[in-house]
Design a protein around this ligand. Structure first.
Ligand code: CTP
Ligand code: CA
Length: 225
């Protein structure tokens, strides 16, 4: 067979990707966010599309252009991201949760701007739903569920704990304490863990790291078929 006749490795597959931060509104002018740029998740969507997949990208508030050929759904809060992902889930073969979802959100969003008064201010926060764990436990669970883990210490220990606790197939961990990778960076390095294996993706530009990750995803999809 000539190389040109080989179908792309994710042809016919449907891939759902979450990307970016979430913004949890406190009042009309303030929110709780995080330093995710969305670049890794967008690079993952581009890589999946380049490998022939039909890609749905659920994006938090980011300033990135929509990749060509990718269906994009914009959301702001963790609760909106959860609703979008759960309603898109049926029919997808792979979920990659690259979004940095807020773990806590203000108990209420105030309709008026908070006025300054007193020396301290307390805001009650409540836990958000864990979208990734819900996807992995869902009756319409994609064949492969891939989590990300941002860690500043004991990367393998915490990543493996998330893999087992959330019922994932793969988890892609990055050491955000290392300079020049992860949040607000154009580069990344990932250590990918599964129940009985590990694969390290070398430090480099996010598009290349994303392609290496999707190649590993394709391997695992084929092995699971
Ligand atoms: N995640 C999610 N929903 C949440 C929180 C996290 O879907 N409410 C997903 C992220 O998209 C990522 C993975 O869980 O794929 C791991 O996120 P991370 O923040 O590293 O882990 P947590 O489980 O939130 O634990 P902690 O922040 O305490 O380390
Ligand atoms: Ca978290």
């Amino acid at each position: 067979v000539r190389a040109a006749c080989v179908p792309p490795r994710l042809a016919g597959r449907r891939v759902l990707v979450s990307a970016g931060p979430t913004f949890e509104d406190i009042d009309p002018v303030r929110f709780i966010g995080n330093r995710s740029s969305g670049k890794m998740g967008f690079a993952v969507a581009v890589a999946a599309r380049a490998m022939g997949a039909e890609v749905t990208l659920v994006a938090g508030p980011v300033t990135l252009p929509t990749p060509a050929g990718v269906r994009r759904i914009d959301v702001r809060r963790a609760a909106q991201m959860r609703d979008a992902i759960l309603s898109e889930l049926p029919g997808h073969d792979v979920y990659l949760g690259a979004a940095a979802v807020a773990d806590y959100a203000p108990a209420e969003t105030l309709p008026q701007k908070i006025k300054k008064s007193g020396e301290t201010l307390r805001i009650d926060l409540v836990r958000t739903a864990d979208i990734l764990a819900e996807v992995a436990a869902h009756p319409k669970r994609p064949r492969l569920v891939v989590g990300f883990a941002a860690e500043t210490q004991d990367m393998e220990g915490y990543a493996r704990d998330k893999l087992l606790r959330k019922g994932l197939d793969l988890i892609a961990a990055n050491d955000v304490a290392r300079a020049g990778q992860g949040f607000e960076s154009d580069d990344n390095a990932l250590s990918v863990f599964w129940r009985d294996g590990r694969h390290d993706i070398a430090h480099g530009p996010k598009p290349r790291v994303a392609r290496d990750l999707l190649a590993l995803v394709a391997d695992h999809l084929e092995a699971k078929a």
